[in-house]
Design a protein around this ligand. Structure first.
Ligand code: ATP
Ligand code: MG
Length: 770
């Protein structure tokens, strides 16, 4: 038997060994669904010799995909896994859409808009339609558009169908259909897709071009999907199209963990699966390998109160574990303090590290009290979600430059930078350019490029010409330079870096540092090979970089080695596991949320969310709630959540006091805040050696010896020069044709006899000079 099959239980093995035809694995949390998916891919490759290029695997985060690849590589002992089509729906579809962009009338270098960009385009079109953006709030409008796209309803269909617009009419917003049409047109004109477009356009591509559909249907011989319970209609339809020829589709999911119905995900997809295909093999996994018996008991007790559920029993052979600690505190600040104290105590008593703890909550706003108390105790932590690094203004401005260089048609970014740093192209001139573009059916870039024809004042005209020339100059470097070198050139040539450097205010300093961080992060990305084992460089173009940062998900921004307590919403914790978990704010009105308590469906989704939260814990679990909480600027009283009533007393340990007795407020309590004491300290300073978390895992230092054989020693390669013959452990014999890169990160271009030309990072390469 293959070694990777040995640790599996009977059902898991059955799922792995099932080769052809549809298979669905519906199983509870921590039962090894993701593990089965990984092992299945390894088995298809190792035992059935399926080409990695023909396997499509869709995961919930890029990180999960990277981990899978790594595990498969380890299992198989080769680097074939990197050829898998594996990633999130969004990243895999973006890759396919780039290859096929011309058919849809998009440039291959199309820009991907994050939510923030999308919102700003909505705002622009709302204003252009002479509507009030206070009434047509960008967030609200975007939600409606997003729902329509995820249900595969296009702008014209939406605008022409009274039924679809009923909700808009009732809420007094009859123009949403019009806004959708204008937004759609604007994105196309900008050569940009938002996240929903990556799905919707993929669907349009496959359903409009039979030859494209045919190509990918045949290409993907095996399709595997993790977290299937959270797929929406668009994802479901696309997968159905892709799987129609081979029908080798494997989905894994847990109906009890479906928590994205607000984004259009539907459990129906699980129920529908058996109707869509004949002879579906269904495997149930019931043994949990993650958690203690106490944790599983609590999860089971709560979830059984949901009516709409596929019945299954989750059990575990693991240690009984401690009872679940239920802790009440007076205020949210006491809750924060209690959690920080407990983390400190647990570190001493049970020898945990910071990284073993996760604090999970229902809403992002809850992070504040934990931040404060962790900071006060000097416990390193990191928040996932909230305002991310890439949303900061100076970072967005810089990225806007990079975007325009790759895709000058993209108007939002163009508007951001046309007068930044100030170059005398004022608001009126920008409006004029936009109007001229709209009137003439041109892009704003076209107008700027022919500015003389549009009657700008001579001073402005000169500035515009200089700007256009500069951008063209940057663009002409794209083929010659990697993303980092282009970015540095932009920083210098535009004067941005200097301008920020000269601003010596605290904020100015922070902005300067953020831009430096951005440049550093690009450099690190450049110097991290596609694959650390063999050092192949991969695509390090600016376009590849931009796509990569836009599609980061929260869980991707993890630092493998950082010893920090993790704070995140329960939504962001899906699929993850931690030794010790605190689920906080378990109060009526917060969890379940006040908006969910009037409908059974919504309430059941909250309960599933609770189930997800509890089942993240491996060894120890705390459930906390506060009597008083500062919300929306007011101190409110809350009752404990009904979910707590659903847990039998025998599983709970309530002996742990939380916070001080009434009247004994200490620290920065809600009381203090009401009386004006500042509750925010300065942000925690990052130690110089601490890597910022949005950079992703750090590349391994060059000294690390990856080499199994003595002959392949990276450090011997310093004297490598063009003309030399070498042997690469994976790509075989070849000749060095070019040397480049910096002293500490030398890159060789090698023409391999059998594998063609490749760029290889010598710090990683397993290479031998002949
Ligand atoms: P979730 O529903 O939270 O996504 P899951 O069903 O995907 O969970 P995994 O994450 O694959 O579960 O597995 C949970 C944990 O149990 C992991 O640490 C995994 O390595 C371990 N595990 C799974 N199967 C086995 C097994 N047969 N033997 C030992 N450990 C296992
Ligand atoms: Mg999983």
């Amino acid at each position: 038997m293959q070694h990777y099959l040995e640790g599996l239980n009977e059902q898991q093995r059955e799922a792995v060994l099932h080769k052809d035809g549809p298979i669905m694995i519906v199983a509870g949390a921590g039962s090894g669904k993701t593990k089965v998916l990984t092992t299945r891919i390894a088995h298809l490759m190792a035992a059935h010799h399926i080409d990695a290029f023909r396997i499509l695997a869709l995961t919930f985060t890029n990180k999960a995909a990277a981990e899978m690849k790594e595990r498969i590589e380890r299992t198989l002992g080769n680097t074939e896994a990197r050829n898998l089509y594996i990633g999130t729906f969004h990243s895999v579809f973006a890759r396919i859409l780039r290859a096929e962009a011309d058919r849809l009338g998009y440039p291959r270098s199309f820009t991907i808009y994050d939510t923030d960009d999308a919102r700003s385009v909505v705002k622009t079109v709302v204003q252009e339609l002479n509507l009030d953006d206070k009434h047509y709030k960008p967030n609200l409008v975007l939600n409606r558009i997003s729902s329509a796209k995820n249900a595969l309803v296009g702008p014209d269909e939406y605008a022409n169908d009274y039924h679809l617009q009923q909700e808009d009419m009732q809420s007094g917003r009859p123009a949403i259909g019009k806004i959708y049409q204008a937004y759609w047109a604007r994105c196309r004109k900008n050569g940009a897709m938002d996240f929903d477009d990556l799905l919707f356009n993929m669907y349009i591509l496959l359903s409009t071009f039979p030859e494209v559909l045919h190509k990918y249907q045949h290409k993907f011989q095996y399709i595997l999907i993790d977290e299937y319970q959270d797929t929406n209609a668009a994802q479901y339809q696309i997968v159905k199209l892709l799987a129609a020829v081979h029908e080798n589709i494997c989905v894994v999911g847990d109906d009890a963990q479906s928590i994205y119905s607000f984004r259009g995900a539907t459990i129906e997809n699980i129920l529908q699966f058996q109707k869509d295909y004949d002879d579906v093999k269904v495997v149930k996994l019931e043994q949990n390998y993650r958690s203690t018996q106490s944790i599983i008991a609590v999860a089971n007790e709560v979830i059984k109160n949901n009516k709409g559920q596929i019945p299954k029993a989750l059990w575990t052979d693991n240690h009984p574990g401690e009872k679940i600690r239920l802790v009440r505190t007076m205020t949210d600040n006491d809750e924060g303090k209690y959690v920080a104290d407990t983390i400190q105590e647990q570190k001493l008593r049970n020898h945990y590290n910071n990284r073993d703890f996760a604090i999970l909550y229902r809403t992002n706003a809850q992070s504040r009290s934990f931040e404060e108390s962790l900071r006060r105790m000097n416990i390193a932590y990191r928040i996932y979600g909230g305002i991310s690094f890439y949303q900061r203004k100076e970072v967005k401005d810089f990225i806007a430059y990079l975007r325009v260089i790759v895709n000058p048609k993209e108007e939002e970014s163009l508007k951001r930078i046309i007068n930044y740093p100030i170059r005398g192209i004022g608001k009126t001139s920008v409006e004029k350019a936009v109007l001229a573009a709209n009137d003439g059916g041109l892009s704003m870039w076209d107008v700027l490029g022919n500015a003389a024809m549009f009657g700008f004042k001579s001073g402005t005209l000169e500035s515009i010409d200089q700007f256009v020339t500069m951008i063209k100059m940057f663009a002409s470097e794209l083929d010659k330079k990697n993303a980092y070198d282009v970015a540095v050139l932009v920083g210098k040539h535009t004067g941005i870096v200097k301008e920020l450097f000269n601003d010596k205010t605290t904020e100015g300093l922070a902005r300067y540092e953020n831009v430096q961080e951005l440049l550093n992060s690009i450099k690190e990305w450049i110097e991290t090979p596609l694959n650390e084992e063999d050092g192949e460089v991969g695509d390090k173009s600016l376009g590849a970089y931009l796509q990569q940062i836009t599609l980061l998900t929260d869980a991707d921004k993890d630092e493998e080695d950082a010893d920090v307590v993790k704070l995140m919403t329960i939504h962001a914790a899906k699929g993850l596991e931690f030794p010790v978990v605190f689920v906080a704010g378990i109060e009526e009105g917060l969890f379940p949320s006040g908006m969910s308590i009037n409908s059974r469906e919504d309430l059941e989704e909250e309960r599933r969310l609770f189930y997800v939260a509890v089942t993240r814990a491996k060894q120890r679990l705390w459930l906390t709630y506060a009597n008083n909480r500062y919300r929306f600027g007011q101190l409110v009283q809350n009752d404990p959540s009904r979910f707590l009533d659903e847990i039998p007393e025998l599983h709970l340990d309530k002996s742990h006091a939380g916070g001080r007795a009434p009247g004994g407020f200490g620290g920065t309590s809600a009381f203090d805040r009401m009386h004006g004491k500042p509750s925010f300290g300065p942000p925690p300073a990052r130690k110089p050696d601490q890597r910022p978390s949005y950079l992703g895992p750090a590349p391994k230092p060059a000294q690390v010896d990856h080499t199994p054989s003595k002959d392949f020693v990276p450090s011997d390669l310093s004297g490598l020069a063009p003309g030399q013959r070498v042997e690469h452990q994976k790509f075989g014999f070849g000749e060095v044709t070019k040397m480049e890169g910096s002293g500490h990160n030398p890159i060789a271009t090698i023409k391999f006899d059998l594998n063609g030309e490749k760029k290889i990072m010598l710090n990683y390469a397993k290479l031998r000079i002949l």
